[in-house]
Design a protein around this ligand. Structure first.
Ligand SMILES: Cc1cc2nc3c(=O)[nH]c(=O)nc-3n(C[C@H](O)[C@H](O)[C@H](O)COP(=O)(O)O)c2cc1C
Length: 163
């Protein structure tokens, strides 16, 4: 069975995903980042995460140069940040007051939580590269704000089904 990329994208769009901005400090000292939903927790001991990055993206170069990256988990108020970092402009960080994680990776203001990791392994997979990262530091910044979720090509947040 052959599946057109657009049809595959549409089907995978029915899998709701938390929205993350993946950041790294380039070798030139400039911050880079992009919006991603292909982010996942891999292992608890040791703590490992992964992100799948498209071959055409600019950020993989910065991840390789830094040997580390950060995951910034966005909240429901952060759709503008998600859109900004999904663009291709080199000015994504203009006016953004980011701070450095312990290893130097850029952390965005206003996120729910962040994780910084060192690159443990890089796996080529089709038109993406999977960067497996060993977590070096992580923190929750806002335990109350609901998350930003991407589903069916649009942004949403979550509703609890608990009684
Ligand atoms: C909701 C959403 C989720 C995305 N998820 C991913 C992803 O998981 N991996 C990826 O490589 N690109 C993903 N993208 C596309 C990138 O954000 C986009 O290609 C970006 O321009 C890459 O930036 P860069 O070239 O500066 O690295 C996503 C975009 C949106 C809007």
């Amino acid at each position: 069975m052959s599946l057109e990329p657009e049809a595959f994208r549409e089907v995978m769009g029915r899998l709701a995903g938390g929205v993350t901005v993946v950041t790294a400090l380039g070798g030139d000292g400039r911050p880079r980042g992009f919006t991603a939903t292909a982010v996942c927790s891999v292992s608890l001991v040791p703590p490992l995460v992964l992100v799948c990055v498209g071959a055409d993206a600019a950020t993989p170069g910065a991840i390789r140069e830094a040997g580390r990256y950060a995951l910034n988990f966005l909240g429901s108020e952060d759709t503008a940040t998600a859109d900004r970092f999904a663009g291709s402009k080199g000015t994504k960080f203009e006016g953004v007051e980011w701070v450095a994680a312990p290893g130097g990776s850029p952390l965005l203001p206003g996120g729910l939580a962040w994780v910084e990791c060192t690159v443990e392994n890089e796996v080529e997979a089709g038109d993406h590269t999977i960067f497996i990262g060993r977590v070096a530091a992580a923190a929750i910044e806002s335990a109350q704000e609901p998350p930003l979720v991407h589903f069916g090509g649009r942004y949403h947040t979550v509703a609890s089904l608990d009684q």
